[in-house]
Design a protein around this ligand. Sequence first.
Ligand SMILES: Cc1cc2nc3c(=O)[nH]c(=O)nc-3n(C[C@H](O)[C@H](O)[C@H](O)COP(=O)(O)OP(=O)(O)OC[C@H]3O[C@@H](n4cnc5c(N)ncnc54)[C@H](O)[C@@H]3O)c2cc1C
Length: 477
Amino acid sequence: MTLIESADIKIVGVGEGTWPTMRSTLERIGVSETALFRECDASFKQGGKFTGWTTGAADDAYYHPLMIPQGFSQVNLVPHWLQAGQGRSFCDFVTPQGRLCDEGLAPKTITHGEYKGSANYAYHIDAGKFAPFLARHCIEKLGVRHVLADVVQINQKESGDIDGVLTRQAGEILGDLFIDCSGFSALLLGKTLGVGFKGCGDVLFCDTALAMQVPYDSADAPMASQTISTAHEAGWTWDISLPTRRGIGYVYSSRHQSEESARQTLLRYIGPGHEDLPVRKIPIRAGHREIFWKRNCVAVGLASGFLEPLESSAIVLVELSAKLIAEQLPAHRDVMDIVARRFNEVTMYRFGRIVDFLKLHYVLTQRTDTAFWRDNVDPATVPERLRDLLTLWKYQSPWYFDEMDRLEEVFPAASYQYVLYGMRFKTEVPPEDTADSAPTAARLVRENERQTQELRSRLPRNRELLDKIYQYGLQPV
Ligand SMILES: Cc1cc2nc3c(=O)[nH]c(=O)nc-3n(C[C@H](O)[C@H](O)[C@H](O)COP(=O)(O)OP(=O)(O)OC[C@H]3O[C@@H](n4cnc5c(N)ncnc54)[C@H](O)[C@@H]3O)c2cc1C
């Protein structure tokens, strides 16, 4: 395997929120978790906190945690919460994780081995450090050949397959299968093989990001355990706590807000004293390629498409695509088109589901204060599948059955539950529907309380644990 990378064309270098799949991906390829924390400025992520999305009022906030509800496979706790749990958020009714986040607690202790924890977790990472860290690992431990060179031409066979790529510094490099990881330019799949781009800006309006790196006031400032996504007049800010700084950005719709006004929104969110920090503008185009694998070329990452980073769905798609390619790697050119068809079907499904899930965050809003929020609830902007589900969910909540659809669903039914009921969606539940499962539900709710208290008393704060990891390291797997 050869990785060709330009020394001059920089990686996009943003993308600081990951999904818990990252733990199994890194473990599987033999990366040390301790090294990840020490070298990539990584921290723990236990979910997202969404503020201002439902009403925009001061107390408007909910969590999308990474732990699934207690006893998820046995009982659906949604109807029980709808009937009896009011006064407590859905998240607090079914999992300890929101309260762990409220207190800035880590998901594990120093005695947990690498990749193990008491609470489910992913990472916040410095993308600029993580990419070279992974490259080093792959070169030194996995035998990947790394060529620093610019691809200037792509040579095709008569059949249309890619034969090789011509580089400025290292001549032509031939191959059987080409993975297009060239970022937004989609050099191989888009520019060479002519696969078109399917935009979805009519559903997801945000098309620009302004990103900043903001220092802490002091080296020991507390670190949030979750990504904080705050809704504003024409988009939302991400706020990610890394050990040495915060990564903060505003993702907005340029159709609804000017760049100057968006900058003011971002600076207002960050607070005074940061006006002179550099702001990086990144245009984003919501959508994906019409297909992802054509002939002997498959696109992964930004070359395959991009959807706004509200739920950190990009890197998880990279992981899932890489896994699928590795597992299904065609043994012969004769079977490649069959594998490609299957890959395209799964990846198209995944992009579609992510679009639905992201739109869910917008369509449930009760905000009417700006055109951005009013336009977002226009039924014409809601994909048909999501419209159907919203109708269904008025009478039954998403649950176990709903994730039997596909293996390795990016967002499981639990994620839909957290967003729906975090945003005060109403599902009608007749009392007789909960009678049989009431004793089990009551036990699970008690167990949740017990576990919450136990974890709160035992788990360290993020910085405390990170300092111990820097000093002693975690037990290797
Ligand atoms: C504002 C923003 C926020 C994001 N936040 C998140 C997030 O929180 N979570 C998440 O999961 N994802 C996020 N993402 C997406 C994430 O950043 C990307 O999915 C991830 O970084 C992978 O990017 P990539 O490798 O596909 O492309 P890039 O980082 O653009 O890398 C492209 C590579 O191709 C090489 N290249 C290009 N052209 C040539 C050439 N001619 N010759 C040789 N080499 C070439 C470059 O040198 C570079 O190494 C975000 C993206 C944006 C824009």
